[in-house]
Design a protein around this ligand. Structure first.
Ligand code: COA
Length: 407
């Protein structure tokens, strides 16, 4: 089908929303439409038109995201949808290909997204960079192990979420640097997270607790509780954790004790980083009832700019043959020279030490996916023995990456 591609204007937003409602098969309440409008940078959007009909969309949010070593600009790809009448006709491929070219021209060297289905984006060179543990913890078995940190000066204080937004923003900003994948939240994104209209309350009203000492707040948690009783009249309430940030181990532990100890709550469900300290705090880690899931997907848009933009945990000097069918400017050989103080990445003609699909570089970019593991799966190859282990060690980073909030 002949398609034309151009940004979607703000006046066309109702058509965009109608397309999203069809593509995702669910109505979007009016206040959510307004929040979505305020989160949208229309000049960064891209629509696919079949004649006058909008048949596909995507857009980019301008993020600052923590990567190994510090914050960098990252393009947050979101709002991807294709009209069901036009699916599987190449609309998404046209959008993704143009979007990556646009990013290379004037945008970020790295793109990130959350996928509705994990099979969609690998073909466009995105790599699975972060994992989350989806946990559902029975509160009855959630005692802490001996030696869990505690601080007698620290107290929980219940707050109305709308009244404590400045506390959440300050704590979150202070936590940003602690983990690759975390990204700075704009005011509109906070509005979205804190929205608590009737239709936001399918899991109960939004609630919050702050933990603080005489000096001020050291952490907060945001959650909803869906109350209930089972067939034996035993409490079966479920607490859905939305956000939990403690600035030190004692604050983190007290926040968890608060949510695990709420009366009438039988289960706490949450999405956690793969290495969340809670795993070690619980006396019985089997109580996590964890389900492993993909979280952030990363696309190295421009190898020459992206690889020097992060830090490396060990010295490395390798020539990488990058395979990239969607972004031909990346395909070819690159020499990456890095140590713990900085990195350089330039095109070169040297023989390749290793061969990587660009999706492997994306998967490894935030430090949480060792290239060695991809080699074991047959997704990365070396021609100089030891080169893969060298690059894998240099790109690995702790703690594990995690974005923490779907965009
Ligand atoms: C996912 C979606 C955007 C795909 O759009 P599309 O225009 O149908 O995609 P394309 O026709 O360009 O597909 C390109 C390739 O990806 C495959 N593909 C696309 N979506 C897929 C999916 N959900 N599952 C499996 N394969 C998929 C196609 O089969 C095709 O493969 P091929 O090249 O081997 O033939 C569209 O189906 C949609 O809007 N889904 C509902 C909303 C959604 O999930 N959006 C994504 C939010 S992150």
């Amino acid at each position: 089908m002949p398609l034309s591609l151009r940004p979607v204007t703000e006046t066309e937003f109702p058509t965009w929303i109608a397309l999203d409602e069809e593509a995702f098969g669910t109505p979007i309440p009016p206040h959510r439409v307004e929040l979505s409008r305020r989160n949208t940078e229309f000049d960064r959007s891209l629509g696919a038109f079949d004649g006058d009909l909008l048949v596909g969309v995507t857009t980019v949010c301008s993020f600052t995201m923590t990567v190994p070593g510090g914050p960098i600009p990252v393009g947050g790809v979101t709002a991807v949808g294709v009209l069901p009448s036009h699916r599987r006709g190449g609309v998404l491929t046209a959008l993704m290909t143009r979007q990556l070219a646009d990013l290379r021209e004037g945008g970020e060297a790295v793109a990130a997204l959350y996928a509705s289905e994990a099979v969609i984006y690998g073909r466009y060179g995105y790599g699975r960079a972060a994992d989350s543990l989806n946990v559902r913890i029975p509160t009855a078995g959630a005692a802490f192990a001996p030696h869990a940190p505690s601080d007698p000066a620290l107290r929980p204080r219940l707050v109305r979420p709308a009244d404590a937004r400045d506390v959440f923003e300050t704590i979150h900003a202070a936590a940003l640097a602690t983990r690759p994948g975390l990204y700075a939240r704009t005011p509109a994104r906070w509005d979205t997270l804190l929205s608590d209209e009737e239709s936001d309350r399918t899991s109960g009203a939004l609630r919050a607790v702050v933990v603080e000492d005489g000096e001020g707040p050291r952490g907060y948690a945001l959650f909803r509780i869906k109350a209930g009783w089972d067939e034996h009249d035993l409490p079966s309430g479920e607490l859905h954790l939305r956000d939990l940030f403690g600035l030190d181990p004692a604050a983190h532990a007290l926040l968890w004790r608060h949510v695990l100890d709420r009366d009438l709550v039988a289960h706490v469900s949450a999405n956690l980083p793969a290495d969340d300290p809670l795993i070690h705090l619980l006396a019985d880690p089997r109580a996590l009832r964890a389900r492993w899931n993909d979280e952030l997907w990363i696309r190295v848009v421009d190898v020459g700019r992206a690889l020097p933009a992060r830090r490396y945990g060990a010295p490395v000097d390798v020539t990488i043959e990058v395979e990239d069918a969607t972004c031909p400017w990346n395909a070819g050989r690159w020499r990456l020279t890095a140590d713990t103080s900085g990195a350089r990445c330039v095109p070169c003609d040297d023989p390749a030490d290793l061969v990587l699909p660009v999706s492997a570089l994306g998967a490894a970019y935030l430090g949480g996916r060792p290239l060695e593991a991809l080699r074991a799966a047959g997704l990365a190859r070396e021609s100089r023995p030891g080169a893969l282990r060298e690059l894998s060690a240099a790109m690995s980073w702790e703690p594990a990456p995690w974005g923490g909030l779907v965009f």
